[in-house]
Write a protein that binds this ligand. Structure first.
Ligand code: SF4
Ligand code: SF4
Length: 348
């Protein structure tokens, strides 16, 4: 028998805006959603599950991750229930449910906790700098070591167990018992969707946003590679320096456009920005901007005078790597890709 949580919509309201009393189940949203088919009514099924408080069914569903927030359902809803934002709120809620540490829940629900964590990490960076007598060369070496340590640790201790938890909820607990060979057969889908997010093209009027996302994903991953494995800040190789500039400039320009859109609220996707959305775009913008400034300071020989630029970059980097990547909106990139993969594994 299905377990009902009568307070579910109240809990969900902490993750975004949705009016549970407005929906009268007319089905307009399902008719316009390009993801709907005979088996699945997007997003109405999730709307009904939420209104009824069917928490377990929601946690075991992949549907919220398959939605790319084109906003067409919201624009069509005659009751202004905002089903597109409901799907976004469910994604935030599920991010919290998958996270074994419980820290995502604190950071998503309590802005004071998030800000305290940001301040604490900034103080730790300054403290480490002071303990090294603000020796810039040494601090840059530590910064480089931190990048390698953070990538490995966050991946192994946080992201892998959380994806496993997602699999346990959505695949293992489901009635579908996929064969092992399905995991291998569908693996290429995981890679393709992770790097291209091409399902976003299912929504109309989404081509430019998709292209921006694609360039951002590649620029971000390549900059990570350039700084961690090619040591961008300390190399003298002109080609590596040039590539790093291009990657950082793309990150800065695209995230600047994302921030602009959220400020202007010129599309459904940018209408209801939660703190986690702002942190994601602003920190990515700061990463791109401070990376460019640090490298310019090195190339034009004023880094010793403006060494604080590197400290600023390091603070942004540490906050990004230890808060936003493991517990914030960055994880949506991962869960979306795995949701498509798991769906393919189940349906193959
Ligand atoms: S969310 Fe809006 S469009 Fe969808 S079923 Fe409810 S009232 Fe109709
Ligand atoms: S936002 Fe777009 S993809 Fe998501 S449920 Fe609504 S219509 Fe479908």
């Amino acid at each position: 028998m299905a377990k009902i949580n009568p307070d579910f919509t109240k809990e969900l309201s902490k993750y975004g805006a949705f009016d549970p009393n407005a929906c009268y189940n007319c089905g307009h949203c399902t008719a316009v959603c390009s993801l709907s088919d005979e088996q699945n009514s997007f997003p109405r099924k999730m709307v009904r599950f939420s209104v009824l408080g069917l928490e377990n069914e929601i946690q075991e569903s992949l549907d919220p991750w398959l939605c790319y927030y084109c906003g067409e359902c919201t624009a069509t809803c005659p009751r202004e229930a905002d089903p597109g934002e409901l799907m976004m709120s469910l994604r935030r809620y599920l991010t919290v449910k998958y996270d074994w540490t419980g820290l995502s829940g604190l950071l998503y629900r309590y802005i004071g906790v998030t800000l305290s964590a940001f301040i604490l990490l900034a103080l730790i960076v300054v403290g480490v700098g002071a303990s090294l007598n603000f020796d810039l060369h040494k601090i840059m070496q530590y910064g480089h070591l931190f990048e390698m340590f953070a990538i490995g640790t966050v991946f192994l201790l946080i992201l892998c167990p959380n994806v496993l938890h997602m699999w346990w909820l959505t695949v293992y607990k489901s009635d579908a018992k996929p064969k092992i060979k399905n995991y291998f057969k569908s693996f290429s889908d995981l890679i393709v969707h992770m790097f291209t997010q091409k399902r976003a093209l299912s929504c109309d009027d989404n081509k430019f946003r998709w292209l921006e996302h694609l360039i951002l994903v590649f620029s971000y991953l390549l900059l990570l590679f350039t700084t961690v494995f090619l040591n961008w800040f300390e190399t003298n190789n002109v080609l590596i320096i040039f590539i790093g500039y291009i990657e950082s400039i793309f990150i800065f320009l695209i995230t600047f456009d994302f921030v602009r859109r959220r400020v202007k609220k010129d599309a459904e996707i940018s209408t209801h920005s939660q703190p986690s959305d702002w942190f994601f775009v602003i920190w990515l913008l700061l990463m791109g901007l401070t990376a460019i400034l640090v490298r310019l300071a090195i190339d034009f020989h004023f880094i010793d005078t403006f060494s604080w630029l590197y400290y600023l970059h390091l603070i942004v980097l540490v906050q990004w790597a230890l808060i936003i990547v493991p517990f914030g909106k960055w994880t949506h990139f991962l869960y979306r890709s795995f949701a498509i993969y798991f769906q393919k594994v189940i349906n193959t």
